[in-house]
Design a protein around this ligand. Structure first.
Ligand code: ARG
Length: 603
C-alpha cells in the first residue's frame, strides 16, 4: 500500500538510469508506483496493479489502475474527466527511464508499456557476463525448513514418496537460488508402536542380533509384512511386541540397539534412492524430537490449551469437528505431538522463518489442525502469509493407466527403485535405437540414459499442478515430442550444438559483441528470458513448481519460433544470435537445475 501524503519532484528522475535487478515486473511496478504517486490526490492510497500483457495485446506490461482510481476520485472535485484521462496522466507521469520505449493508453484507461529493446538486450548481455545468479529473486526470509520425502522405516519407499521427494527438492532448490538458507529435513517415521513387533521378530529370527547384516535381513518390506502377520496371528508374540514397545520407550539399551539396527538398514535403502535422484536431505526423524515432547506439551498445557477427553489429552480447535489428540490414553505421544514439537524446535532452536511440509493432500487436516494449535499458542502469527510462516504443500495421487492408484500387476505398491530402473532402461534403449552406442562411449551412453530417464520421471510429476492426480505413463513421459523432459533436454542440446558448430568462442563473444533484439521473434525470446526471475519468485511464493515447468516449455517454444525463421550460423547477425542462443541455454540450464534435472549437451 502506498500512502500519498507527500509529492516529491525527485521521483520523476528517480529511475532515469534503471539497472535490471532480475525481477522485471518489480522494475515495471516501481515505475508505475512513482507515476501513481504524482497522479493521485494527496492522501489517497492505492495498490499498483501491473500485469504482463497477454500475447497479441499491445505492450509488454499493463497498468490497470485508471478505472479503480476513477471510482475513488470521481465527484470529489477532480480535474480528470474519466478513466481514460486518469490513464493519460499515469502515462504522462511515468518517470523517464531507459527501460521504456513507449507508454500509451488504450480503451477505458489501460496503460500499456513497451519496453526498450535496447535496454532488454543490454540487460541480457550483462547477465551473460555476470552470471544468472545475479537474477536471483530476493525473498523476505533468511532461513527455511523444507520437510520432505519423509518415508517410514521398514516400509519401502513407494511412488507416493517419489512425489514428496521430487516436489520438496525443487522447492528447496528454488529457495536456495533465492539466497535462502534451507534446512532440508527428512522427517522419517522412525518411532511408534510398530517397532515393538519388528524388534521381537528380529530377536526371534536372529538370536545373534549384534552381527545381523543387511543382506541377512534382505528385503525389509517383506520382513515387516512377516512380522505383522505374526503379530496378527500369534497372541504370545503380540504380548511380547507390546512389552517391547514399553522397553524401547523406556530406553532399554538392548531394545534401543535393535531399533537402531532396523533404522540403519532402512536408511541405507533410502540413501540409494536419494543418490540416484541427486537429492540431498538431512535426517531428523520423529525420534529426534522425543526428548523435547514432554516440555512442549507442558508449555501448551500451561497456556490452558489442553483438555481431557475420554482418557486422552486433546486440544479443541475452532472449525474442526474433532479435537487434536496430543497425548494418547495410555500416556504415549503420537504423530501430532511429534509434529508440534518439531515445529517448536524449528521455530525456536533452528530459527526458521518459513517451514514447508510436503506430503499427500490426505494429510491436510493433520497439518491444518496442528498449525491452528500453534497459532493458538502464539507461536505463529494469525494470518497465514505472514512470517514466520508455515505451509502444507499437498499433492495428489499417482494413477495407473486404469485410472486407479498406481500399482504393480500383482497389485503391490510400486517401488521407487524399480521405476527408476525402468526409466533408465527405456531411455537407454531409445538412445541405442538411434545408434548412439556407436557414437558415444559407454559412460556417455549411461549418463545420458540416466539424465533423460530420471529427468523424465521428475518432469512428468512437476509439470502438473501438484494438487491434481496424474497418470504415470512411461511412453508419454519418454516421448521426444510435446511438453516432456526429453523434448526440453534435446532442445537444449541442439542449442549447444549450434554454438559448437559455429566454431566461435562464446566467452569471447560475450565480451566483444553486442546483442540486438531487432526482429519480433528475437524480441519475444529476449522478453521471455527477462521474465525468468519473476517466474521463479512466483513459483516459490506460491509453492508451485509447475509454474516454472510452464515457463521452461514456453521458452523452448519461443526459441523454436526464433530459430525456425532466422538463420544463425553464417548470417550477418551471427554474433548477436549466438549470444541469444547462449542466453537461452543458460536460462534453460538454470531451470533444469531448479527442477533437479541434469542437462545433456549432446544428442
Ligand atoms: N512419514 C510420513 C508419511 O510417510 C510423512 C511425514 C511428513 N512430515 C511431517 N512433519 N509430518 O506419511
Amino acid at each position: 500500500r502506498l500512502a500519498f501524503a507527500t509529492r516529491s519532484k525527485s521521483v520523476a528522475t528517480m529511475a532515469a538510469s534503471q539497472e535490471f535487478t532480475g525481477n522485471l515486473i518489480r522494475e515495471v511496478e516501481k515505475l508505475f508506483d512513482a507515476s501513481l504517486k504524482l497522479t493521485v490526490p494527496d492522501g489517497t492510497s492505492v495498490d499498483t496493479e501491473v500485469a504482463a500483457s497477454l500475447p497479441g495485446k499491445p505492450g509488454d506490461y499493463q497498468c490497470n489502475n485508471a478505472m479503480g482510481l476513477w471510482s475513488v476520485i470521481k465527484g470529489k472535485g477532480t480535474q480528470f474527466r474519466g478513466p481514460p484521462a486518469v490513464g493519460q496522466a499515469i502515462s504522462k507521469n511515468l518517470p523517464a527511464s531507459e527501460m521504456v520505449e513507449t507508454c500509451s493508453v488504450a480503451g477505458p484507461g489501460f496503460v500499456n508499456l513497451v519496453l526498450s529493446s535496447k535496454w532488454m538486450a543490454k540487460s541480457i548481455e550483462k547477465m551473460l557476463i555476470d552470471g544468472i545468479d545475479t537474477w536471483a529473486p530476493t525473498l523476505p526470509v533468511k532461513r527455511a525448513v523444507v520437510d520432505f520425502s519423509s518415508p517410514n522405516i521398514a516400509k519401502e519407499m513407494h511412488v507416493g514418496h517419489l512425489r514428496s521427494t521430487i516436489i520438496g527438492d525443487t522447492l528447496a532448490r528454488m529457495l536456495e537460488y533465492s539466497k535462502v538458507e534451507v534446512l532440508r529435513r527428512n522427517h522419517v517415521g522412525d518411532w511408534g508402536t510398530q517397532f515393538g513387533m519388528l524388534i521381537e521378530y528380529l530377536f526371534e529370527k536372529f538370536p545373534d542380533t549384534e552381527s545381523v547384516t543387511e543382506t541377512a535381513i534382505g528385503d525389509l518390506q517383506t520382513f515387516y509384512k512377516q512380522s505383522k502377520l505374526k503379530f496378527d496371528l500369534d497372541d504370545d508374540f503380540k504380548e511380547k511386541a507390546q512389552k517391547a514397545v514399553v522397553r524401547l520407550q523406556g530406553g532399554d539399551p538392548i531394545y534401543r540397539k535393535a531399533w537402531a539396527k532396523i533404522c540403519e538398514i532402512s536408511r541405507t535403502e533410502f540413501a540409494k534412492v536419494y543418490q540416484r535422484l541427486k537429492v540431498e536431505l538431512e535426517e531428523k526423524g520423529e525420534s529426534f524430537y522425543n526428548p523435547y515432547i514432554a516440555n512442549v506439551i507442558g508449555e501448551l498445557d500451561s497456556k490452558g490449551l489442553i483438555e481431557e477427553s475420554e482418557g486422552a489429552r486433546v486440544i479443541f480447535l475452532e472449525g474442526f469437528n474433532i479435537p487434536l489428540m496430543v497425548v494418547k490414553s495410555d500416556g504415549g505421544f503420537n504423530y501430532a505431538s511429534t509434529d508440534l514439537t518439531a515445529l517448536w524446535y524449528r521455530l525456536n532452536e533452528e530459527k526458521a522463518e518459513w517451514i514447508v511440509y510436503v506430503t499427500d493432500v490426505g494429510q491436510q487436516q493433520h497439518f491444518n489442525m496442528f498449525f491452528k494449535a500453534a497459532r493458538k499458542a502464539g507461536w505463529l502469527p494469525d494470518s497465514d502469509k505472514t512470517y514466520p510462516r508455515v505451509d502444507h504443500v499437498g499433492f495428489g495421487l499417482v494413477l495407473g493407466d486404469d485410472g486407479k492408484r498406481f500399482r504393480t500387476r500383482s497389485s503391490d505398491v510400486v517401488r521407487l527403485v524399480d521405476l527408476l530402473d525402468e526409466a533408465k532402461t527405456r531411455s537407454k534403449t531409445a538412445l541405442i535405437e538411434r545408434g548412439k552406442d556407436k557414437e558415444w562411449t559407454p559412460e556417455e551412453l549411461d549418463q545420458t540414459a540416466e539424465a533423460v530417464g530420471y529427468g523424465a520421471v521428475k518432469y512428468a510429476d512437476l509439470k502438473n499442478n501438484r494438487l491434481t492426480n496424474y497418470t504415470f505413463n512411461f511412453d508419454q513421459m519418454l516421448s521426444d515430442k510435446g511438453n516432456t523432459a526429453v523434448y526440453l533436454l534435446y532442445a537444449h542440446a541442439r542449442i549447444c550444438s549450434i554454438i559448437r558448430k559455429s566454431g566461435k568462442n562464446i566467452d569471447e563473444l560475450k565480451k566483444t559483441e553486442k546483442l540486438a533484439l531487432d526482429h519480433p521473434e528475437e524480441r519475444a525470446l529476449g522478453l521471455h528470458l527477462l521474465r525468468f526471475a519473476e517466474t521463479v519468485e512466483e513459483a516459490c511464493s506460491n509453492l508451485l513448481p509447475n509454474v516454472l515447468c510452464h515457463y521452461l516449455y514456453d521458452l523452448s517454444e519461443r526459441y523454436t519460433s526464433f530459430y525456425s525463421i532466422h538463420q544463425v550460423i553464417g548470417s550477418p547477425e551471427e554474433a548477436s544470435r549466438l549470444l541469444l542462443c547462449e542466453a537461452t541455454a543458460v536460462v534453460m540450464r538454470k531451470c533444469f537445475h531448479l527442477l533437479g534435472i541434469t542437462p545433456v549437451y549432446k544428442i
